[in-house]
Design a protein around this ligand. Structure first.
Ligand code: FUL
Ligand code: CA
Length: 689
């Protein structure tokens, strides 16, 4: 009693029934919250580019404060066509740009601000980045989206009711002058403005302005309504990822559901609000020359691809434009490497045209390579067993599954097994599928795959595809002891390993690794494995070390939380940390260290806990140095680690000038979750040249 449905092209529901025993069979009933047509088109985009660009690009900041001189914005050779071409060549479908970030600086000459490109020297104040980019996107066949931060630290009316109208007008400018906007990206951050007040945002007004001028735009925010934040800036959706979410009682820009909930969505959630993974190709969102050697590696990007696109989410990958006004060659090289691997992986669908049975009924729709054709199990039946007969023994290591989401997201668990010649062997057990789920596993050889599905309503499946991703040589692994001795190891048999210490990509002719070496001072190590005389090579692996802390001692520190050891804050291992005892909501905390000898230092590093728990992470601090431990100099005063809550990465802070010191003191002025938590430090380090 299964039946087969064909494409919904043009919205016409044509019903094909093969085993047409019951003339009363109805079309599959939709289940739960459903996507709007615009959300479906949006989901099909899959992968697109984020661009962070503005004064921060030139000032080495993640968050500007709105007081920067607009004169700093001066790209020497801005070329938006180069951005669009890079995105296109990377296989991306769209670009979203930070039209206005938290500093309030507008990349277009807004009438409602005096902090814009018009006040900058770029093109003599006659430039308009949104115009250049929207035209370039059109030329390259890309969709165009904008990011606007309602938080504005420059606008004099921020923090007053008038600002809501001003922001609405600002929005209107952006939405009416640059053609179609496919996605409107609202940043949730809501901090203080020039008058020390936070704004109470009028979201209903902002939303109505968007829909008035761009009725097809997907509105992104922590809670949608078009698409939701995935709860982290590290590049992963939950393995379980529902495109439905309960948002009643929550508001945009405040009171969002917990980050864990954003990460997985809500099963049977009331609204269709699919996840979007936003992550940067570099550690920070804005360009900095300090991260030229920290562009994510191919393996990291590939991992992100699977945990976003492969996990029922869209991938918004940030590629920050550099000070020249162009995408840096290292970033674009990496994007092309990623495209090459993704293309090679998904080139040949080994299940295409193969025989598929769902509960013993033929289901050719699942192997026709077309998302819009689907097989629906009879209403009321919530399980299905799907078998794919590959015909002959076939090697594969990826499976791609799709549910026909226009009728809702239904599957809540599934098991994958393969035929080993005499029996089915279980390969994986997973939860949701959604629009697209990709499973990766070591290469198997089999003639038959079986997928057992359990759903909240009768399963409606679009595709089952199988692939053989090219195998890559294992990356080498880099280790460093506390004393600063580096060793590099690999699992592959007998490769040549080469490495660099200058941030460059290791080539076959770079320094060969032939046993451990000392790197007390720290620095960036990049290594790569080669076989076949260099014809085959692994991805690059990188490790960034500070000065070795072997000789360091604690002089003074806030009281430790019971069981927590203070030396974990400088044991050279960023995975271990120290926690100070909670000392009151407005307490400050400190750690003072003796480095064992006087040094010339350029700055310091702070590595927060990266396990997802942001409580105790320092966000405001002072930093002091001393030669004798008696007389102290405060080199950094009341500084903020911009965006550390959302993106808790290692912070590298340069001093205004080099300092001679033997002692250092780090003082936390405020931590995240200050009303219940003491300071947490996973690693404190110093930067030496
Ligand atoms: C965050 C911002 O605070 C970051 O600076 C960045 O723009 C990121 C995409 O969103 O909330
Ligand atoms: Ca299909």
């Amino acid at each position: 009693m299964n039946y087969i449905k064909k494409s919904l092209a043009l919205g016409v529901m044509t019903l094909f029934t093969t085993w047409h025993v019951n003339a009363q069979q109805a079309a599959p009933a939709p289940y739960g919250a459903l996507p709007r047509a615009d959300q479906i088109s949006w989901q099909k985009l899959g992968y697109y580019m984020f661009i962070h660009f503005g004064p921060n690009t030139f000032t080495d900041k993640e968050w500007g404060d709105g007081k920067e001189n607009p004169g700093v914005f001066n790209p020497t050779n801005l070329d938006a066509r180069q951005w669009a071409k890079t995105a296109k060549d990377a296989g991306m479908k769209a670009i979203i740009i930070t039209a206005k970030h938290h500093d309030g600086f507008c990349l277009w000459p807004s009438k409602y601000s005096t902090h814009t490109v018009r006040e900058s020297p770029w093109k003599g104040g006659k430039g308009d980045v949104l115009k250049d980019l929207s035209e370039a996107c059109k030329e390259y066949g890309l969709k165009f989206g904008v990011y606007l931060s309602p938080w504005d630290q420059n606008h004099p009316s921020y923090g007053t009711p008038e600002y809501n109208d001003i922001f609405a007008k600002t929005l209107e400018e952006v939405l009416t002058n640059y053609g179609d906007i496919y996605e409107m990206w609202f940043d949730g951050a809501n901090g203080e403005g020039p008058n020390g007040k936070k704004q109470v945002y009028d979201w209903p007004l902002f939303r109505s302005v968007v829909y008035k001028h761009q009725p097809h735009a997907v509105i992104f925010s922590d809670i949608g309504p078009g698409a939701r934040w995935i709860g982290n800036e590290s590049g992963f959706a939950g393995e379980t990822n529902w495109s439905t979410l309960n948002t009643d009682g929550f508001g945009m820009g405040k009171d969002a559901p917990k980050q864990e909930v954003l990460n997985t969505g809500d099963e049977n959630g009331k609204y269709w609000i699919p996840g979007e993974v936003d992550v940067s190709i570099r550690p920070g969102w804005f360009y900095s020359p300090a991260t030229d050697d920290k562009v994510k590696t191919l393996s990291q990007l590939l991992g992100i691809y699977y945990t976003s696109v492969g996990s029922n989410a869209n991938l918004l990958l940030n590629v920050p434009v550099s000070r020249t006004g162009q995408i840096h060659p290292t970033d674009s090289t990496r994007l092309m490497e990623l495209r090459k691997v993704v293309d090679a992986t998904f080139k040949t669908n080994l299940a295409k045209g193969k025989k598929v049975l769902v509960n013993a009924t033929q289901a050719t729709q699942l192997s026709d390579g077309n998302f819009d054709t689907y097989f629906a199990v009879e209403n009321g039946v919530k399980n299905a067993t799907v078998t794919v007969d590959l015909g002959a023994k076939t090697k594969l290591n990826r499976l791609l599954l799709q549910e026909y989401i226009p009728l809702g997201q239904r599957v809540k668990s599934f098991e994958v097994a393969y035929w080993d010649g005499s029996k089915f062997v279980v390969l994986d057990k997973q939860s949701t599928i959604g629009y697209k789920r990709i499973l990766s596993f070591p290469t198997i050889q089999t003639s038959r795959i079986r997928i057992t599905v359990e759903a909240n309503a009768s399963p409606v499946l679009s595709e089952i595809q199988a692939y053989l991703a090219p195998e890559v040589l294992d990356i080498p692994l880099i280790y460093r002891t506390k004393e600063g001795v580096v060793s590099i190891k690999t699992n592959s048999p007998d490769p040549l390993i080469t490495y660099t210490l200058d941030g460059g990509d290791p080539q076959v002719k770079s320094t060969p690794y032939d046993g451990s070496f000392e790197l007390k001072k720290g620095g960036m190590i990049k290594a790569r494995a080669f076989i076949n005389g260099g014809k085959e090579f692994s991805d690059i692996v990188m490790a960034d070390y500070d000065l070795s802390t072997a000789d360091w001692k604690v002089i003074n520190a806030s009281e430790s939380r019971k069981g927590s050891q203070v030396n974990r804050a400088f044991d050279g291992d960023y995975r271990t940390g120290w926690e100070a005892e909670y000392a009151g909501a407005s307490a400050s905390y400190e750690i003072t260290l003796d480095m064992g000898g006087e040094l010339e230092i350029d700055g310091f590093t702070y590595t927060p806990a990266t396990n997802g728990n942001t409580n105790g992470i320092v966000d405001k601090y002072n930093f002091y140095v001393s030669k004798d431990g008696q007389k102290w100099e405060r080199v950094l005063h009341n500084k903020t680690f911009g965006n550390i809550k959302n993106n808790p990465i290692k912070q590298q802070v340069k001093f205004p000038a080099k300092e001679q010191a033997r002692f250092i003191k780090f003082e936390a002025l405020s931590v995240i979750g200050a009303d219940q938590n003491g300071m947490k430090i996973n690693e404190i380090g110093v930067i030496v040249d």
